[in-house]
Design a protein around this ligand. Structure first.
Ligand SMILES: O=C(O)C(=O)C[C@]1(C(=O)O)C=C[C@@H](O)C=C1
Length: 368
């Protein structure tokens, strides 16, 4: 009689044999898919176009959405999409390794967003300020850039919006990231003598209540990024940093308190910027910027065409214009693509009433 243990061993072996056989099939299929991607690259190259675009955001969004729709479980839809995200990322790297600039240094949430969007085969390059991300893409030094644009608790990243006003770059994607902030220290920190806490100003603001309750006397020092804060405290015995998990790992820090953000569903939206307009994916968003003279009813006049043409607004943001007193700049996001008739009609009606209108881009609604 087989003992219970032997029985379990036999079952385990049989299951592992099955897993091995399945893995063999998956491996073969992945290779076949990769060869297909290589052929796609050949076809694109043969098209005769001077600038061949290997990365196709609209197609990637469709592939990921389909993978989620097809999913029968037990893995969750997002999990399945993440696996396909990585397969596609590796396939694209065979066609052309994609270079992506992000608001650095290494370990920022923006880098995390870049990897979430492009997968880990993308080559990511840290830039020290948002302007530099724009400049690198404009100069063609990288294919795309990733910049933060709005946070669910702290609102817009004004610097990113301001950059769009003077830039010809296009928005070609969006990605949302759940943001968890941790309080971290280095191996030389005296944890009971923390008098300075470094982080990005937005992160300090997102943890304001927690800091008031736990470190009311510590000086809060705003630096360029969370990752810079993490880097900075190495060697400071009385300092701590607020940053994400990636920064803690990268700079070898110890997490003292986890998830200290005041709002539990704190998330940040990032934009992917590039040089080309993306074709429709079937579920798209469009961002525009318009300049309006401050007159009674100006805002109503600006928004009314969207309602009339049944175009759903998702966000309206105002910034004072740099060019003239009493002129306002509105950043407007809505559902739909500039190739759609309803969107074109709404935009034509808006354009008739404003001093300036620029389409910043139509792009697939974030999938992951
Ligand atoms: O369909 C394409 O155009 C491809 O290049 C293939 C593929 C893929 O692996 O599915 C790879 C990269 C593109 O960004 C989109 C899709």
């Amino acid at each position: 009689m087989a003992t219970e243990k032997e029985d379990m061993q036999r079952q385990l072996l049989a299951l592992r044999d099955r897993i091995d056989a399945i893995d063999e099939q998956i491996g073969k299929l992945i290779s076949e898919r990769a060869r297909c991607a290589q052929s796609v690259a050949e076809v694109k190259k043969a098209s005769g176009e001077t600038l061949v675009t290997y990365y196709r955001p609209e197609r990637e969004a469709q592939v990921l959405r389909r993978a989620m729709e097809r999913n029968e479980g037990p893995l969750g839809d997002e999990e399945v999409a993440r696996l396909f995200r990585e397969i596609m990322s590796a396939c694209l790297a065979l066609e052309e390794p994609i270079k992506v600039a992000f608001l650095g240094p290494e370990g920022t949430f923006t880098q995390q967003a870049a990897l979430k969007h492009f997968g880990s085969s993308a080559v990511t390059r840290p830039m020290s300020v948002i302007d530099e991300v724009f400049r690198e893409v404009e100069a063609g030094a990288v294919n795309y850039g990733v910049v933060p644009v709005e946070n669910s608790t702290e609102g817009v990243v004004t610097h990113t919006l301001d950059n769009f006003i003077g830039s010809n770059l296009k928005i070609c994607g969006e990605v949302e990231l759940r943001i968890h902030h941790h309080l971290m220290v280095s191996d030389v920190t005296h944890t009971d003598s923390i008098t300075r806490i470094y982080s990005h100003s937005q992160s300090l603001a997102q943890c304001r209540k927690w800091l008031d309750a736990h470190y009311p006397k510590a000086e809060r020092i705003a630096v360029n990024s969370n990752a810079e804060a993490a880097k900075r405290i190495k060697g400071e015995w009385n300092a701590a940093a607020i940053a994400g998990e990636m920064a803690a790992e990268l700079y070898g820090l110890q997490v003292l308190s986890e998830k200290i953000e005041d709002e539990p569903d704190n998330s940040t939206r990032f934009l992917i910027i590039g040089t080309e307009q993306v074709p429709p994916s079937g579920e798209d968003k469009t961002s525009i910027v318009v300049a309006v003279k401050n007159s009674p009813g100006a805002l109503h006049g600006l928004l009314e065409p969207f309602q009339r043409h049944k175009v759903d607004l998702t966000r309206v943001e105002t910034r004072p214009s740099r060019t003239g007193a009493w002129t306002y700049v509105f950043f407007i996001d809505f559902k739909g693509h500039v190739d759609q008739l309803a969107v074109q009609s709404a935009l034509a009606d808006v354009a008739a009433q404003v001093s300036d209108l620029k389409v910043l881009g139509s792009y697939p609604k974030g999938v992951l």
